[in-house]
Design a protein around this ligand. Sequence first.
Ligand code: NI
Length: 195
Amino acid sequence: MSLKKLENFVKEKLATEPTGHDFSHAMRVKNNALLIMAVFDVNQRVIEASCLVHDLIDRKLDVEYKVSESDVVDKLLELDYTKDEVHHIIDIITNMSFSSKRIPDSLEGKIVQDADRLDAIGAIGIARTFAYGGKLGRPMYGDSNHLDTVSHFHDKLFKLPDLMNTSIARDVALKRAEFMEEFLHQLNSEIRGEE
Ligand code: NI
């Protein structure tokens, strides 16, 4: 019950977020996490809630979508998450970003981090990367300062399989990375005008 209400809260905030950190991302991350966690004995409530709210406090979000950490805390308490659970959820979502270079302490946190990173690669990763690059006004490819979207594949996305905390996520990540290699290969042929 509280999960459904939390979903509605996130949907309200992020439904129209334009950079790939929208509500559908939060739901995919939750689904990825459910797949990964199946082989572990972990707190599912904490994992699902963390997945749903993980990007609400992210500095990448435009101010109209962002929610303060204290508002996330208040919402979780209102929805009957215990103080311990809320503390755990906040600890996870403040320690999981790629740029922080941190790994959350708990297994729940490691699973949420893997689930989020899986959504950055593969077909969905390609779609999100171009959406984000477009929003920032980046060229799609070929920028001499490496500020184009295709450079981002090499600067970040292909590094993600090695950074996975769980072997199940790493297996999925390797498959998704292979698909991205194929995509870039085809993209390069088309850019060069080959058939
Ligand atoms: Ni995310």
